[in-house]
Ligand binder design. Sequence first.
Ligand code: HEM
Length: 532
Amino acid sequence: MIILSIPTLAVISYALYNLFFHPLSGIPGPIGARTGLLSWKSARAVKLDMGWKVLELHEKYGKVVRIARNEASICDPDAISQIYRYIMSSEAKKLTAYNAGGVDGPTSISTVDNKRHAEMRRAESPAYATKLFAAFEERVDASCRELMGLLDRCIDAGKGSATVDMGEILQLFAIDVVGELSLSKSFGLCDEGRDTHKILPMLVKFLEIACIGAFSPPLVAVLTCFNDLICSRNAAYLGTIRGRIDSRFSEHRKLNSTYTGHRDMLEAILAAQNPDGSEYSLNQARAAVGLILGAGSGKIFPFMTAQTMRAMLRFIVGHPRVHAKVLQEFDSALKCSDLSIPLSYAEACKLSYFQACLKETLRLHPPIPWTLSRIVDADGARIAGHFFPAGTEVSMSPFVLHRRAEAYGADADTFCPERWLEAEADPARRREMEHNNLAFGSGPRVCAGRSIGMMEVSKVMPLLFSKYKMRFTPRSATSPHTRIAGRGVDGRMSMEEPYFVTSQWTAMQSDFWCDLSRRAYSAEAVEEQNIF
Ligand code: HEM
């Protein structure tokens, strides 16, 4: 009896301490999180509903919510700099959860120590530098051609129209692009027209499991075994990547090559040096390139660009007024010879309405809805009216912040690209809106591949919109959808929703079918055919 009651007493004392004496005890939140007896975040990782659940908590409890025993989620634009810049600039460490999922060794995103992170970031920065952009653009153009080739083949096979899983096709494209950018070699997925190595399910499972493991430490060992199993079942894909990295590594060492800055990201990584002047080892190169490719890392960037492209397609085609304006802008630029095909990034940046749509897409559907956590440093910090002592965690969800009226106005939850154009006339407002955009994170750990991601999306999406007539395949008993209803990024289920979103570390869409046919892209054609 006494033996039984000791553990029970320990649990009760632990819960009471967390409820009434823990430094975060004054902050409201779900009871499981406040007592520390249930992991609210693990539940989100398993149920794949993070975005809308954390939003619900903020709607119920306000700007500051205790989402774990030691963590508060904050949604206050005024706190962005404090959390991501000032706290980070001192001794604060990045949450150890980022370590989950690494295979080849530490990467910049998984490195907790700030000093080491800064060193890695500096060493690897040439891989993301604008110096490589001319080469990058050619490679993205090559992948665009393969993508258009695939869509044309589908349309020809269907004698002028086709119903395709655009979600999957855009993912194949994004993976081909990172293959081109990082290793000078596409994976040929668009050429094949399908996921030949079954890479996609592997990457999705890898990511989901890494997230569950990150927030359920007792499960890490079991989940790591699952991840190893997933990797071994997809040895062909991982083997191809490793083989390419390894042979380029030996070639680099044998020839004692110097970095010319003209080839690809791997060339820049092979030339990277540690602070003591030593060259990057094979494992360091594998880890850095694996991070970019999503092979052997829990953070999968080809997913993020694909998610952005899918969301953009969903928002633009789902808003006929916006769709017509995007096409009109493209057609008139083409008519005035302001554009060439393939589109250069510089030209794509001049399509101001299109760029506003891209920013609006990243605002309403940030690929990472998860709370980006930081640990408070030795001095503690006063944030959003609360004092956080050293060692407590503070975080923000891009998804939640982007939907707050304080950040984007009373209509924050509607898709309105015009808000970005209007802000152009008011530099202070524009700066504020850019500052509140957390889609790529903020501060010293902001996304290293931001310009690459923006370039990729900016080059391919205008072409897709202008070259093809696209509409969402209506859901019906005979449609190819695997789910009866769709689910939007806000968690709402609907028969009208063209895809199904799961919200975990990333907001992933699936089951996204579109009807496709060719479109004559010129301004006259739009008017004559009265397409809209
Ligand atoms: C639309 C596409 C993308 C989005 C929305 C995105 C978003 C993000 C976010 C939110 C973070 C920071 C996470 C944090 O605060 O801990 C991040 C980090 C990072 N991203 Fe991206 N990303 C995108 C594309 C890419 C691409 C294409 C690459 C590589 C070519 C890339 C490479 C990285 C790297 C290396 C980091 C780690 C930075 C560090 O910790 O120093 N990203 N990304």
